[in-house]
Design a protein around this ligand. Sequence first.
Ligand code: NAD
Ligand code: TDX
Length: 334
Amino acid sequence: MRVLVTGGAGFIGSEYVRQRFDADPAARVTVLDKLTYSGVEANLASVATVPGYTFVRGDICDPDVVDQVMAGQDAVVHFAAESHVDRSIEGAGPFVRTNVLGTQVLLDAALRHGVGRFVQVSTDEVYGSIGEGSWTEDRPLAPNSPYSASKACADLLALAHHRTHGLDVVVTRCTNNYGPYQFPEKVVPLFVTRLLDGKPVPLYGDGRNVRDWLHVSDHCRGIDLVLRGGRAGEVYHIGGGVELSNHKLTGLLLDALGADWDRVEHVPDRKGHDLRYSLDDSKIREELGYVPRTDFTEGLAATVAWYRAHRSWWEPLKERAERLLAHREERVPR
Ligand code: NAD
Ligand code: TDX
């Protein structure tokens, strides 16, 4: 199967590509990535010389580039996106452009080239926030941030291409990922790298917001199951089954780094901050045999150890990651 992976130089996309070549060294994968601030070509260094691997630097919003790379592909796994909620609050433009327009450009090209399957990688955030219980795949979308609104829009466009044109589309929606190679703006790598640098960590609001944590390798195995066995036109949830408040997560990270609560700065809350996300993922478990394999305690310890051992990976990215933080600090004096 020839697969086009968009956003393959990012956190989750690069794990997917590495995993695919680990499973099948003869795999054929083309990565299309613009290398925005969060794209790091070195994330794919371990596969760079594999014969079936091709890297194309390009924008998913560019119809000419997309047309060229789409030719001859059997499937698309679409990760490319603007992915950080806080950045979408600062400005929604790039989110609408890449997440909505870019997805439409890809869908149109996939249709034109008769691509056999299109996997739209999405998020639990499209449902909004849930106080109790868990969302099933048929729940209405009610996104709250510009990021999640743009992802919801992309999901609907993808499903519309299935219903209108018969394009073989499947949508995956997952919970919060953690693991190696995550850009140090998201809460786990931001807190770990700041603690390693002896700096304070900014905990938003009262820290009671809850997220469900999914190891990136389990997420990518789930995506691959959906690529191969999911039913066209369907949505599949991929969960981690580990719900933690941000306060609890912060405590675990402080313990892992041997730091105390005096390193935590209680900062003003994120605007429109969703209280809790929770997915019911029994559909993928029952239909496709998905089971997350990574124990959270072990996965988090391994992730902390990875950041400890890979300072040369994250240090050059910190300036890009923290520019937003610095900008916010200027606006909201503490
Ligand atoms: P990331 O920010 O680490 O990676 C995004 C990648 O997309 C980067 O390599 C970037 O260069 C590329 N990209 C951005 N705009 C592009 C464009 N216009 N053209 C081509 N490439 C472009 O993000 P991630 O955390 O790896 O997320 C991947 C996908 O998974 C996204 O679609 C995101 O919405 C979704 N997702 C992420 C999480 C999470 O916890 N990280 C959870 C649920 C869903
Ligand atoms: O500095 C911080 N302090 C803090 O308290 C940051 C960056 C975050 N937080 C809180 C906000 C959230 O409740 O931690 C929680 C997790 O925040 P993020 O890492 O920014 O993730 P989240 O907003 O939950 O979104 C993530 O999961 C769903 C990804 O970034 C999305 O791409 C994905 O769709």
